[in-house]
Design a protein around this ligand. Structure first.
Ligand code: SAM
Length: 227
């Protein structure tokens, strides 16, 4: 089984959302901006180019899909013959079923439970993004084990995360970033699993695991100052 793991290191953030909890913050950034602009812009792709996606009968899962924006973005739009399935513990954010394109389905599933039987070994690509607050006890293995069950032999896992430990807030002289520093201070130091995920994957049946890191440059400072 092969996989690609990648993580986004988010720098250049501006102060915002005083008093918000990390979970709340992650939800807002992800839903309001992350899915639409920021992560796509930072990475330059939605599916990593190492992952083959040309099969006409391609089957793709997006786990902890949130509002399903990763699937809705060009991923499903550009592949009308492929099948896309979003999974989340709650489907409250995905909108009415009649609005979904024909090649997208959404399913309620708790990532800590056994995957639905019909999806065992079903997917060519499993994608998961921004579940730092979901992973428990600094141990991604229970989550990884269930994601792996969704994959066909030879399938790919792409896992996108924010570097909540190594990230930093850059501000211009005379401006302060305490709000964001305070927020990230709550997350920092706990999620060291992110740095070891490729190795953890190798120990759990994957081959060719890669960790890619990305860092925002000045180009995105303007958009972060609006967040
Ligand atoms: C920060 S959001 C990320 C959403 C989406 N991946 C994105 O990048 O736009 C985290 C998501 O994890 C989901 N979630 C939380 N606990 C979960 C669980 N136990 N099983 C499945 N999904 C879960 C939440 O409902 C939420 O939609």
């Amino acid at each position: 089984m092969r996989q690609t793991a990648r993580f986004g290191r988010m720098d250049g953030m501006a102060p915002l959302f005083k008093g918000m909890t990390p979970t709340h913050y992650c939800e807002i950034v992800t839903q309001a901006l992350g899915g639409y602009v920021i992560l796509k812009d930072l990475l330059g792709f939605l599916v990593h180019p190492d992952i083959p996606t040309r099969a006409t009968d391609l089957k793709v899962a997006d786990v902890a899909t949130g509002n399903g924006i990763w699937i809705h973005h060009d991923v499903a739009r550009n592949k009308p013959t492929a099948e896309f399935h979003g999974f989340d513990i709650s489907l409250d954010q995905v909108g009415p079923k009649p609005w979904l394109p024909a090649n997208i389905s959404m399913h309620a599933w708790d990532i800590f439970q056994e995957p639905p039987a019909r999806f065992m070994g079903y997917f060519d690509v499993v994608h998961v993004r921004l579940i730092t607050v979901v992973v428990r006890n600094n141990d991604p293995q229970p989550v990884l084990a269930n994601l792996t069950k969704l994959l066909k032999p030879g399938g790919y896992l792409q896992w996108d995360e924010v570097d909540t430990i190594g990230s930093s807030t850059k501000v211009v002289s005379g401006r302060a970033g305490e709000n964001l520093d305070e927020l990230f201070a709550q997350l920092k130091g706990r999620d060291t699993w992110k740095y070891h995920l490729a190795q953890i994957m190798e120990e759990n049946g994957y081959a060719g695991s890669q960790l890619y890191t990305y860092e925002y440059g000045l180009r995105m400072a303007r958009i972060w100052s609006d967040v």
